[in-house]
Design a binder for this molecule. Structure first.
Ligand SMILES: [Zn+2]
Length: 309
């Protein structure tokens, strides 16, 4: 048995298979990405905590003597075990290596692939049907996000995709859908463009904010940033039913139906949902990068076809 193998056994370290599973669950909890296993990285301790490793297990070092240079190299046993597990997952194409994801995100992180996402769902006993509603990124989804974020901005943009299929659910459609949602909410820093609400679930997994299509999905609205806006549940609903829209200068405009609303409608305690929207010169909060603003043509379509003037 190797020196390392003996140490792993003597210290009763978890098996590589167990570490692989813990890594997948950890990736899932961190929305599909975790940092490299550098010394002092939070993730290294977090997974050690999952195994309730003792101080001795965490602090064990392997010592390799480099005779030529006459020096001793020390490396953490736990870090090596994590790396070997991740390396094996990468060989099986369940995760992508930090060198691969760096090309897409400029960050050295391990990232789930679609196969890895499915594996994690199985481990956590989450039905496959829930996949589309989970904000977990995969390498394939990140590629879609990059494509959408870097897409050129045509002047004659048409927000409808006549060829768009709205019924069949294929793997490709699922990736496109998740890529659209993630790209939009990231562009708006996970906030509602109208009220600014930024909130996630207590386990930090599910964001409250939604990626809304300006020309709706049901009308074959395109899944790109020029036809997307980030809205909280309530503003998403109100936008989709035509309570409000935006002008070309991003000012919010409210339906005249607001004038005939009964006094107890639209109230949340002392807050009046419709009145709050109906303020002069109330503008949307847009992304910092102008290139990813929604397109005027999408909002023109919404004003004409959905908005209840
Ligand atoms: Zn809102």
């Amino acid at each position: 048995m190797s020196y390392e193998g003996k140490m792993l056994e003597d210290l009763k370290m978890p098996s590589r298979k167990e570490v692989e599973q813990a890594l997948l669950i950890s990736l899932f909890k961190h929305n599909g990405v975790i940092k490299e296993f550098g010394t002092g990285e939070e993730i290294v301790n977090e997974i050690a905590d999952d195994f309730t490793l003792t101080e001795e297990q965490r602090d064990a070092y392997l010592e390799t003597i480099y005779r030529k240079e006459n020096r001793v190299k020390r490396s953490s046993l736990w870090n090596r075990l994590l790396f070997r597990a991740a390396d094996n997952l990468a060989k099986e194409k369940i995760v992508c290596r930090p060198s691969q994801t760096f090309i897409l995100t400029n960050k050295k992180e391990w990232m789930l692939t679609e196969t890895g996402f499915d594996e994690a769902l199985k481990l956590l006993h989450i039905p496959q049907e829930q996949k589309d509603n989970l904000p977990v990124k995969s390498y394939e989804v990140q590629k879609v996000i990059n494509k959408l974020t870097e897409a050129p901005r045509p002047i004659d943009y048409f927000p409808i995709d006549e060829r768009k299929t709205t019924s069949t659910v294929t793997k490709e459609i699922s990736i496109r859908k998740r890529g659209f949602r993630q790209a939009v909410i990231e562009a708006y820093d996970f906030k509602c463009a109208v009220c600014g609400l930024k909130l996630y679930s207590p386990n930090k997994i599910i964001w409250e904010v939604e990626a809304a299509h300006i020309v709706p999905h049901s009308s074959k609205g395109k899944d790109d940033l020029l036809n997307g806006i980030s809205l909280c549940h309530l503003h998403h609903w109100a936008f989709d039913v035509g309570w409000f829209s935006f002008l070309d200068d991003y000012t919010i405009t409210v339906s005249v139906a607001a004038n005939n609303l009964q006094s107890d409608y639209g109230r949340i305690g002392n807050y009046n949902f419709i009145e709050a929207l109906n303020q002069p010169n109330l503008k949307l909060s847009l992304p910092i990068n102008e290139k990813i603003y929604h397109h005027i043509n999408s909002i023109k379509w919404h004003r004409k076809n959905i908005f209840n003037k």
